[in-house]
Design a protein around this ligand. Sequence first.
Ligand code: PFF
Length: 456
Amino acid sequence: MANNSEFSSKIGLIAATVGSAVGLGNVWRFPAETQANGGAAFLLVYVICVLLFGIPVMLGEFAIGRAGKSDAIDSYRKLSPGKPWWISGFLGILCSYLILTFYMVVSGWTLEYLYQSLSGELFTPIPGVEEGSNLQFADRMQEYVAGIWPPMVWTWITITICGAVLCMGVQKGIERVSNILMPLLFLILIILCVTAMTLPKASEGLAYFFHPDFSKITPDVCISALGQAFFSLSLGMGTLITYGSYFKKDTNLTKTAFTVSILDMLVAILVGMIIFPGVMSFGLEGESFGGSALVFVTFPEIFNRMWCPQLWSSLFFILLSVAALTSSISIAEVSIAYFSNHFKMKRIPATCMVLIPLVLLSALSSLSNGVLSDWTIFGYTIFGACDAFTANILMPLGAFIMAVYLGWFAPKGMMKDQLTNGGTIRNRLAGTVMFLLKWITPILIVIIFGASVLMK
Ligand code: PFF
């Protein structure tokens, strides 16, 4: 996607933006965060975060990108020359790079599981583990993730595939692929959801996911929900500024932001409705089944109880791989757009410059789940630190700076102009969005962080 290019159609831009938003964050990270943060209480705070922070911040990013018509740093520079606001874009690029270091690793796991599903290996019993035992998939996952070569090689394969697509130019490939595969992802999720409803303890799973225990809502839960909302909607790191710069003049930003956010939330909720009935029905509540392993353990368990497990598992991991790929590409696009724009680099060298260092960094991140697990930063492994610091600190911080910029320092009328397409469309929400960005978003981010620091 050259920097001055635009998405070719409305559906294409929605599909590509949903492609960025719907990814491992919805299927892998969301259920793990929900389980670690009190189930339904987390879901409730998460939905509030999406509506109150997510949608206004998404609109802010779209507006900066389309008004600045450039990458995450340069758009700020064009809109406010000589002012330091571009630092927010710089933080975004830094954050996006850190995210890539673990996102590519998990995308690699997804490819490995796709391979094992297609070959049937995933459903062959592990020697020494009783067939049908809950430990089948959990053991396999734990052993795989802690290994040296296989997860690293699959990570590199993922980087290569992303690199190839990015070098070819994303627009046609991604738009077209997203147009077909995103609806299919929904279809498969709905089928799996219906199947999950037939599991023996489905109602317990649904109660866990939908009936909040308000006493579980703590500042830490709020920070995690905020982090998850930002991560899942691809906010706070310049991706949507970059994509916004590819939007046409007549794109309705508000409709786009609502459509993308609601579809993204729907995917997360469908995933929860599949996973938690599975967790309850197969007794997978214990520690070792939580966290990152959840999706790689519970989904295969569910498939194993369906007709033709290999088929469902293959379909699911194909689509999960695509979701991971479209998101990875959008994350890498932030840096590539910057290099090709700022240093006037051609697409291929810019892509190589971004992806080659990632080969080493993602290898370190992968190894930190096994042999390098003793290398810790504030008690986190390299892999865990990149995840926790980006989603819980850098992304909300980037959004805080952006909201302050848009609410108080951006060129007068810019935001309104973008929300109404230069006054050509009516937008009854424009005033509310600007009020939220000016007051509510920055103040609530400060309160949530302040409360969490004071409670420690
Ligand atoms: N939103 C993606 C997901 O939920 O997996 C992850 C992501 C993509 C985060 C792009 C940030 C980003 F800029």
